[in-house]
Design a protein around this ligand. Structure first.
Ligand SMILES: C[S@@+](CC[C@H](N)C(=O)[O-])C[C@H]1O[C@@H](n2cnc3c(N)ncnc32)[C@H](O)[C@@H]1O
Length: 346
């Protein structure tokens, strides 16, 4: 059976590949991609932590948010929680476990059959699946959409400023970066929007997949809130000189570096979300920003009713630790951002 480097070499015979294609292979090749064969362990014993791996509190806070959203929408009978990027189903289990008497439908958007299998083992018949967002164009009508660390895992194009113009980065047969013309008119149009006063050599990512994702979400039939949590930056941070090498990184066993063309398929590859661009695209597609804030502040506000309900009872040590990890600026509170969008039905 071929290995990923061999598959890549075969594809590179016809010439350099846009980095986005290499990243797609490295993450999603069904046999050899990092995310291909099935959900890997996240958290201790894995390659990185997420808010989900911190413990069930994140899911509990999202469950409270879902109930509030259901009430806001007039308590519709067909209310559905939709999750994308559900991985091994841990967040779904946490949300469902915290819904306390509400029997909302829980729908997972999952293209990978091996992930559906793993999620089904964990969640049984408590959830339903669709393969992609296009399947949501006819329903459900009332929903709360959520995802944690999804668009940071989308393959991105890399572009570099050469002092005069932006050029795309390709990967050649020696597995080195080389500059070339833009591989698509869409990428060229997106590069037009970038600043042209950055230092020569400034490299950054263009996440076309994230923009396409937002367009697809906008076409879904449901009305309701979308909760998007991820690490990311606003425009001024994204284009800052301190990030002249871009935000693309690889993760393995909780170590992070910029050697993104090494050990392809064995490391997670990920980028920060350019939240300003995501919000702009959402707005162009008719979605309104309800809230956007550092995770620490937004989860803190979301937690208020629950914290109030604990008055006089106190919080156990494990929950206290989770709350701290999710919200403290030195942990996940500052680098992670949460965006809540309002979507009116089609
Ligand atoms: C960084 S992991 C986050 C997993 C989980 N949400 C968490 O927070 O622990 C990214 C996940 O997104 C999934 N993913 C990537 N593209 C996807 C897509 N188009 N639809 C559904 N899931 C996707 C990957 O398979 C992977 O499980």
């Amino acid at each position: 059976m071929s290995s990923l480097p061999q598959i890549l070499r075969e594809q590179l015979v016809t010439g350099p590949l846009p980095f986005a294609q290499v990243m797609e292979l490295a993450l999603y090749h069904p046999e050899h991609g990092y995310y291909g064969p099935g959900p890997r362990r996240i958290g201790r014993g894995g390659d990185f932590f997420t808010s989900v791996s911190v413990g069930p509190l994140f899911g509990k806070l999202l469950a409270l948010q879902a109930v509030q959203e259901w009430q806001k929408q007039g308590e519709p009978a067909d209310f559905t929680i939709i999750e994308q990027g559900a991985h091994d189903g841990q967040l779904a289990e946490d949300v469902l476990g915290a819904l306390e008497g509400h029997s909302f439908c829980y729908l997972i958007v999952e293209p990978n059959p091996r992930y559906r299998e793993a999620q089904s083992k964990r969640l049984g018949d408590r959830v339903l699946w669709v393969e992609n967002l296009a399947a949501l164009q006819t329903g459900p009508q009332h929903a709360f959409f959520l995802c944690n660390e999804l668009p940071d895992a989308f393959p991105v194009h890399l572009v570099r400023w050469n002092g005069e113009r932006w050029r795309e980065l390709y990967v050649d047969a020696a597995c080195q970066f080389v500059e070339g013309d833009f591989s698509s008119p869409e990428l060229a149009a997106e590069a037009e929007k970038l600043p042209n006063d950055l230092p020569t050599g400034h490299t950054l990512e263009i996440n076309l997949a994230m923009l396409a994702w937002m367009r697809e979400l906008a076409q879904a039939a449901f009305r309701g809130a979308l909760f998007i949590a991820d690490y990311g930056l606003d425009a001024e941070e994204f284009f800052d000189d301190s990030r002249a090498g871009g935000t693309i990184r690889r993760y393995r066993q909780h170590q992070m570096d910029g050697k993104v063309l090494e050990d392809l398929g064995e490391c997670d590859l990920t980028t920060h979300i350019h939240f300003t661009r995501l919000i702009e695209e959402a707005s162009c597609r008719g979605l309104k920003q309800r809230e956007y804030d550092l995770q620490g502040r937004l989860l803190g506000r979301m937690a208020l009713p629950w914290l109030k309900s604990l008055e006089g009872k106190g919080m156990d040590a494990a929950t206290m630790r989770q709350f701290h990890s999710l919200t403290h600026p030195a942990f996940m509170g500052r680098s992670f951002r949460c965006l809540v969008l309002d979507k009116s039905g089609e």
